[in-house]
Design a protein around this ligand. Sequence first.
Ligand code: PEP
Length: 254
Amino acid sequence: MRRPIVVGNWKMNMLISSSGHWVEELLNTSDCAGTFDIVVAPPFTSLSVVRKSIEGSKIQLAGQNMASEAEGAQTGEISAIMLKDAGCDYVILGHSERRQYHNESDELINKKIFLACENALNVIFCIGESVGEHNKDKTNDVIERQLFDGLQGLKEDQLNSLLIAYEPIWAIGTGHTANPNQVQDVHSFIRSLCEKSFGKDLARATRILYGGSVDSQSSSALMAQPDVDGLLVGGASLRSKSFYDIIKSSFKGD
Ligand code: PEP
């Protein structure tokens, strides 16, 4: 019922030339058929070339971030409607790097989520605890706060376009993938929170992704968990081959 998904987040990597080449390689060397979604989030400068290269394929495009205002005097920002115009179906919001290095608050992320939903973008809403919070057993508290504050005021029809990515900060870019059983526990907790606030149907339909040092060794055990519906991949998405290996090991026999 929940269509699995793998998302590649290139962060601030890849020039225009290498971006087009990445897509070509993925499409030439691999069979991406199957009942799952593939999404790639290039830097803004590469959206156009990637959009052209994925034409006719199943790969979809995501923005890595978005402005909290709809338009106007916001030098250096990219709006929701601009992302749509550039061919994006998805946007990543609330990533821990945005929270940490750009001081994005739950309130600001909530504003962005509203705007994204209004503009028919599927939101990949990232939440996750720091190492300190993890060690103090505060994971569930952090998740609950980020989830409720980030989604405050959203109506059921807006939440239909929501995906949640659980990304423990201590696992991002560190090579320490979270244990699949622990990931399952957190995902199941997230789903129970969704059910409490938004009802059973929506909770059942919402895709919950895991992100944090995923590679082709860890992906299949993660995807085998009942509440893991997809993967958000950073470092290992930078090479088309390692990204494809993750897809292949996640969807064996699909
Ligand atoms: C991320 O930044 O969303 C991420 C999951 O990165 P990595 O896979 O490199 O840990």
